[in-house]
Design a protein. Structure first.
Length: 185
């Protein structure tokens, strides 16, 4: 069993913000594949379980807000007995330009509070990640930039990158992190 946790903030006012890139990716997948999310209050998540290549894959959108994402991720991992090697986190990266994706097998939080929370709750930084570029950042505080909506003129690149991200996730599920890095980084 695999767990994919897409990071973002719950609430309509955050739907199209840069910080919700993780949610946007799995929402795009949901619309194009016909699965839907349901609230799982005990797991602090919007939740779905799908079959992919005959394997169960749980996909969550933490309902804890970004900075507490680790609470939901650890609850789901503990409840379903999911090992950290079967975890993929999808999130925005301010240091990558819009349109860029990057898989990473482990690492620091890089200043991302959602990843910091996951590292604290899971107890390791050795989990797979798919970063979705939202940069470049203009000369404003990062907290303000990530909570801004994507610009109208970025919509074409955004849509193309959401599609590519979904292809990347499915490739990752079939082939693993190393091959996904070689193909998409």
């Amino acid at each position: 069993m695999k767990l994919i946790a897409a990071l973002g903030n719950i609430g309509d006012k955050y739907n199209f913000t840069r910080h919700n890139a993780g949610f946007m990716i799995v929402d795009y997948w949901s619309v194009n594949s016909g699965f839907s999310f349901r609230e799982e209050n005990k797991l602090k998540s919007l939740f779905t379980k799908i079959k992919f290549n005959d394997e169960d894959v749980i996909i969550i959108k933490p309902a804890t807000y970004m900075n507490l994402s680790g609470e939901a991720v650890s609850l789901v991992m503990n409840y379903y007995k999911i090992d950290v090697k079967d975890l993929l986190i999808i999130y925005d990266d301010i240091n990558l330009d819009l349109g860029r994706l990057r898989f990473r097998a482990n690492g620091s939080d890089g200043g991302h509070n959602g990843i910091k929370s996951i590292i604290q709750h899971v107890g390791t930084n050795k989990f797979d990640r798919l970063k979705f570029g939202i940069g470049p950042q203009p000369p404003i505080p990062s907290e303000a930039f990530v909570l801004q909506n994507f610009l109208k003129e970025q919509e074409v690149v955004l849509k193309d990158t959401l599609k590519l991200a979904n292809e990347a996730i499915q490739f990752y599920l079939q082939n693993g992190i190393e091959k996904a890095q070689n193909k998409f980084n």
